[in-house]
Design a protein around this ligand. Structure first.
Ligand SMILES: Cc1cc2nc3c(=O)[nH]c(=O)nc-3n(C[C@H](O)[C@H](O)[C@H](O)COP(=O)(O)OP(=O)(O)OC[C@H]3O[C@@H](n4cnc5c(N)ncnc54)[C@H](O)[C@@H]3O)c2cc1C
Length: 286
């Protein structure tokens, strides 16, 4: 039971069991949080495209490739400075960068003091591996695996899922939590190799057979992503207090994003949307 709980905390929540809030996990797990899983057909891109189109329709200007390096405050006005030297002046800023990146953006002293609360919110990492095979060999060899969705193991890349009920011969490997640091030296090809090793061990098949059937692959260690530095947030016992500090509208810089969501499922797209709506509402109200 202890082992299963620790694996779930690490693997699903990408959290450190030593620091994670037991009460937050209980709330998440006891309320059917994991029971209602759904995925958007065609991927989350559809959601982003919809939001971007709505914004543009309302006159929003989106600057791509603009890495914010500093937010400065002078005489009641705010300036957002980008790494390329571009400066935007405005009345208010909503900062939605992932928590680890808050340290990389220069902030006015009062905002920096407020941002320090983010240290009480956990932020985990995830390694994700996608493998497309010529044939769904796991189904062909073992009939009882025809409707397999999830597979949990003790291998280096422990969790795998299929696209069932879609019949694509794709396996997705997943490894989350603090122990992913042990694989931080691997590049994407090294991660794909580790994934094939794990599958070969789980299914007791020669690794070369699996490698021969592999048509395409992709792998990401999200800790290596320059604009994420990890995957998503998780709750420590002090996270609720930290979120309350960060969510205050007490200056020209507001914080928003998945880590600020005070509901049950932090670390999700829904959490990011809910937090964004709350912040927008706060600004509209005054
Ligand atoms: C592998 C993986 C799988 C996941 N699976 C799921 C799932 O199945 N379901 C689910 O609901 N959620 C999932 N999530 C979590 C989900 O992606 C996040 O919770 C969500 O994207 C958070 O949205 P956000 O807007 O708060 O932050 P983000 O989506 O991280 O957006 C922050 C943006 O800030 C940008 N940025 C960073 N630094 C700067 C800077 N200095 N200047 C300008 N821009 C900057 C980044 O490029 C990024 O576009 C997953 C996450 C990962 C990593």
């Amino acid at each position: 039971m202890r082992h299963a709980v620790e694996r779930m905390v690490e693997g699903y929540d990408a959290a450190d069991p030593e620091r994670a809030s037991t009460l937050a996990l209980r709330e998440e797990w006891m309320n059917g949080g994991h029971a209602t899983q759904a995925r958007i057909v065609g991927g989350y891109g559809g959601l982003i495209e919809f939001l971007a189109a709505e914004c543009r329709r309302l006159g929003v200007v989106i600057h791509f490739g603009c890495v914010v390096s500093a937010i400065e405050e002078a005489g009641g006005a705010v300036a957002v400075r980008s790494a390329s030297g571009d400066v935007q002046s405005c009345g208010r800023v909503i900062l939605t960068a992932p928590l680890p990146l808050l340290r990389e953006i220069a902030l006015p002293a009062a905002v920096r003091a407020k941002a320090a609360a983010a240290d009480d919110i956990g932020f985990g990492s995830v390694i994700k591996i996608l493998l497309r095979f010529a044939r769904p060999w796991w189904r062909e060899r073992r009939e009882e695996l025809a409707d397999m969705i999830f597979l949990l193991s003790d291998e280096t890349i422990p969790v795998w899922w299929t696209r069932y009920p879609d019949q694509h011969a794709v396996l997705t490997g997943w490894f989350g939590g603090p122990r992913t640091a042990a694989l931080s030296h691997l590049d994407p090809q090294g991660l794909v190799d580790a994934g094939l090793d794990s599958l070969a061990a789980i299914f007791n098949r020669p690794r070369e057979d699996l490698a021969r059937d592999l048509l395409a692959s992709a792998a990401a260690n999200w800790a290596h992503d320059r604009f994420a530095r990890g995957a998503y947030s998780w709750a420590t016992p002090r996270s609720r207090a930290a979120q309350t500090i960060l969510a205050r509208a007490d200056g020209p810089v507001l914080f928003s994003g998945e880590a600020l969501y005070r509901g049950r499922d932090m670390g999700t797209v829904e959490a990011a949307l809910a937090s964004g709506l709350e912040t927008a509402g706060m600004i509209l109200r005054g």
